[in-house]
Design a protein around this ligand. Structure first.
Ligand SMILES: [Zn+2]
Length: 75
């Protein structure tokens, strides 16, 4: 599992030409699609909060671990 602690500002853009996703730590700098090289500077940027994702993922992992323990005790 990759922990992205300390990386709170990550932005995602969807290329309007090739529909691939690209990621950046800032939405104001020049932004070029890494796949088709289209200039994405004025495309809409979506903010990604890794902190929230990390908590949600770790809660889900705890649930799965609990289910595993429960199942092993039922045998
Ligand atoms: Zn593209």
């Amino acid at each position: 599992m990759i922990l992205m602690l300390g990386v709170n500002n990550v932005f995602k853009k969807i290329c309007s030409r090739c529909v691939n996703l690209s990621y950046s730590s800032t939405k104001n700098d020049r932004w070029q699609c890494p796949y088709c090289l289209k200039d994405l500077q004025f495309e809409r940027a979506f903010h990604i909060d890794h902190k929230i994702n990390y908590v949600a993922i770790s809660q889900r992992l705890e649930q799965l671990r609990g289910i595993g323990v429960y199942k092993s005790q039922m045998r």
